[in-house]
Design a protein around this ligand. Structure first.
Ligand code: HEM
Ligand code: HEM
Length: 164
């Protein structure tokens, strides 16, 4: 994907980054209601109304993430994105984590859809997304804070302020 074509992210790229980040956090915190509702229905019970609401939200928020990530990838290819600041192994790690995020942001909702429409066993694979997302978010946030407070570079600022 195009990298280094620009110095900063566009306003729309920044808006998408933070919107998707918030939606992913919502999915990670409330995802369990999806399984709870399926289990209640299997046992012939009526799911709790709030549980049902959260499960419906999980479905639609998950699909929204997939659509927004599609838009984000198109923007990245057409407008480009700045290369992570740094060199050597540090640059490679940042690039790898960003690449893994794009993979997860596509594979996790797709396996969710497959679990609903094709085979519920795929839900087991979908659930692996949870610890993977959490681990990479922790690394990603630590990286961002390290850049901001230790290296004192533009990394965190440019994910808030649009640039060319
Ligand atoms: C679910 C949560 C998150 C996901 C999935 C995510 C994903 C990503 C991805 C894929 C990129 C690379 C963008 C590109 O070049 O195309 C990125 C960049 C960035 N993210 Fe996140 N992010 C999340 C949360 C956060 C949080 C909480 C912070 C702040 C503490 C943060 C700070 C940054 C910064 C500063 C960059 C820019 C890095 C650079 O310019 O080299 N992200 N994020
Ligand atoms: C980035 C998007 C998504 C994230 C981060 C996510 C995350 C999660 C999490 C954390 C759980 C609970 C796992 C557990 O109980 O340990 C879950 C369960 C589930 N999600 Fe998602 N999800 C996403 C998108 C979707 C989509 C788009 C669908 C379907 C339309 C979906 C369908 C399901 C189903 C069916 C379960 C229950 C799986 C089972 O019990 O076997 N998810 N998801």
């Amino acid at each position: 994907m195009a990298q280094g074509m620009r110095q900063g992210y566009s306003g729309l790229q920044i808006l998408l980054h933070w919107t998707i980040a918030l939606l992913v956090l919502f999915q990670l915190i409330f995802g369990e209601s999806m399984g709870e509702v399926a289990e209640a229905l299997e046992h012939g019970e009526t799911p709790d109304a709030s549980e049902q609401f959260l499960a419906d939200a999980h479905y639609w928020v998950g699909i929204a993430i997939l659509v927004l990530v599609g838009l984000r990838v198109i923007l990245r290819v057409t407008q480009g994105a700045p290369a992570p600041i740094g060199s050597g192994p540090q640059l490679l790690i940042a690039k790898a984590i960003h690449g893994i995020f794009y993979l997860l942001l596509i594979a996790v909702p797709v396996t969710g859809l497959l679990a609903v429409y094709v085979d519920e066993e795929i839900g087991e694979i979908h659930e692996i997304g949870k610890p993977l997302f959490i681990a990479f978010i922790v690394l990603h946030v630590l990286g961002a804070l390290f850049h901001h407070f230790k290296l004192k570079d533009e990394t965190l600022r440019r994910m808030f302020v649009p640039g060319r």
